[in-house]
Design a protein around this ligand. Structure first.
Ligand code: FES
Length: 80
């Protein structure tokens, strides 16, 4: 079992670190090992990856709901 750590970047992508696979709604598989930057702003030309367009669009992020506040430090762990 692997541990994947996620870090939500201020005004930027979600960084996931570990060995994992993301499957989109169409069933496309995105296997990955190492650091994966997942677009949160919706402006990337290479979704689901972040391509840096959040900076060009000056995306500032969104407010987290109180329920989404971190439980420890600034990282979240997901077990697969
Ligand atoms: S978060 Fe970087 S392009 Fe969307």
């Amino acid at each position: 079992m692997s541990i994947v750590k996620g870090h939500i970047m201020e005004g930027g992508p979600l960084h996931l670190v570990g060995d994992f696979e993301i499957v989109d709604a169409a069933g496309n598989r995105f296997p990955h090992s190492g650091i994966f930057s997942l677009c949160r702003c919706g402006h990337s030309e290479s979704k689901p990856y972040c391509d840096g367009n959040h900076r060009a669009r000056r995306w500032t992020g969104c407010h987290a709901s109180p329920a989404a506040e971190p439980t420890h430090n600034d990282a979240t762990s997901i077990q697969k």
